[in-house]
Design a protein. Structure first.
Length: 463
């Protein structure tokens, strides 16, 4: 009897290019349209009720056939800060690894806590959720990917579990968004609500969503630990990073290296919170850290350069995927159809009752996050529409903001247009289709619980 052939899923890069082509084809069919916009605190915000069809700047021609190709270099250019940051992170971690401090410290942790997978999952998911919920952290998590992979591998878990700890926390944090300055605070400002208002309801939701996320990651990790062949990446060979079979003992030089690293992370937190640092400043900090680590670790200038180049080279695929993912939204933006899509999917909400409309807003915002993966960008486009619509539907504006942050935040860990997600998956060597198989059951649970939470909020008159 012939062996049944398994469906071969294309490489993630092929999938992303296919999405670029589909976006281009959609842009040829959908009419161009736009909302009028006005300035709001230095940002362009749409004016409700002003959607109108527009003529494209140039009609379709032969040159448009090259759009799926010409948009890719532009996609790289518009996220160059993230791509360069990824290269620097790769180089910095390779130098840190070369000092032996990472292997020694993880070896020590595994000897003491190697059988406590549940603690790593629970503490890790909670920590990443807190960073995203309170400070809007996302790109800042990239340096932790290799460390989580090493810890997960050492505890008998696979790469999906390691990334799951980070991304599930990231999604829960953005979804509940107790104080996220880049999503909920902006959305409340646009909706005319006091900043940070309604926090009590979001605080009540946070442990519920955390419990769902932690249980999902823990269940998968337990299943894989019992039967390694059930890992979603069991057929892909060894992970991109792995501990040596006999990690070195933690020495004084290792302790000095770790002290410098933690001091730099403390400086990073201070810069993000107090000085408004972003990718340029973060990249400069990690570049400086690389030089100091090499000196403290006794590597020498040439060895630092060799390790840095090797680490940056290892993340070339990551950089490619980030650029391709960003190209999808550029195609739609160039064709001026994003406003058309938002206008079209928001219209059916007018025909629903308050409770169903609130759940529908969650769905609409989830779809919008595919086309506008920036949380603040989505707020400036959708909240001016959803806030007055909620008035018409008998829903408080606070509920409309909650639906927005659910749709934007939770789907951050599933939409392929999110450059941060694609970067994390590429660093871990996890194909997007395998990640979808892991995260889809979680997303179904989140969508159900989130919709129920919105219905409760409507019934309570959450304001």
């Amino acid at each position: 009897m012939a062996e049944k052939r398994r469906l071969k899923v294309p490489h993630t890069l092929v999938l992303l290019f296919g999405m670029i082509v589909l976006a281009w084809l959609a842009s040829l069919v959908l009419p161009a349209g736009a909302y009028e916009r006005h300035d709001h605190d230095g940002h362009q915000v749409v004016v409700p009720g002003t959607y109108h069809r527009i003529e494209r700047e140039a009609p379709f021609g032969v040159g448009d056939l090259l759009t799926p190709l010409t948009v890719v270099p532009r996609g790289f250019a518009s996220v160059q800060d993230i791509i360069f940051f990824v290269f620097i992170i790769g180089g910095a971690f390779a130098v840190l690894r070369a000092t032996g401090a990472v292997d020694a410290s993880i070896g020590l942790l595994l000897r003491r806590f190697g059988d406590r997978r549940g603690w790593l999952i629970a503490i890790g998911v909670t920590a990443f959720a807190a960073g995203s919920s309170g400070f809007g952290m996302a790109e800042e998590y990239l340096p932790f990917v290799p460390i989580l992979l090493l810890l997960a591998r050492g505890m008998g878990m696979d790469a999906v579990t390691g990334v799951g700890i980070m991304c599930v926390g990231y999604g829960v944090g953005y979804g509940t968004a107790v104080l996220n300055p880049f999503t909920v605070m902006i959305a409340q400002n646009i909706a005319g609500l006091p900043p940070a208002s309604g926090m009590w309801f979001r605080l009540l939701l946070t442990p519920v969503m955390l419990a769902i996320g932690i249980h999902h990651v823990w269940s998968y990790a337990t299943k894989v630990a019992r039967e390694p062949s059930r890992s979603l990446v069991s057929d892909l060979g060894p992970p991109p990073v792995a501990l040596p079979s006999d990690p070195p003992a933690l020495g004084r030089r290792h302790v000095a290296v770790l002290a410098v690293t933690f001091a730099a992370l403390g400086l990073l937190v201070w810069g993000l919170a107090s000085r408004g640092w972003y990718l340029v400043e973060m990249g400069a900090l990690f570049l400086g850290l690389t030089i100091v680590l090499g000196a403290v670790g006794g590597l020498g200038a040439d060895r630092i350069a060799v390790e840095f180049c090797r680490g940056a080279t290892d993340l070339t695929t990551t950089a490619l995927l980030i650029g391709f993912a960003n190209s999808i939204k550029l195609v739609l933006a160039d064709a001026q159809v994003i406003d058309t899509i938002v206008h079209g999917i928001a219209q059916p909400l007018r025909h629903l009752g308050p409770s169903l409309a609130a759940a529908g807003m969650f769905l609409v915002q989830s779809v919008c996050n595919f086309f506008i993966p920036s949380g603040s960008g989505q707020a400036y486009v959708t909240m001016p529409l959803m806030a007055p619509l909620s008035d018409v539907l008998g829903i408080t504006r606070q509920v409309a903001v909650l639906a927005y942050q659910f749709g934007d935040g939770f789907t951050n860990i599933v939409v392929p247009t999110n450059a941060v997600l694609m970067g994390i998956l590429a660093m871990a060597g996890i194909p997007f289709d395998r990640w979808l198989r892991f995260v889809t059951p979680l997303m179904l649970k989140v969508w159900v619980v989130g919709s129920l939470a919105l219905v409760v909020a409507v019934q309570l008159g959450y304001a």
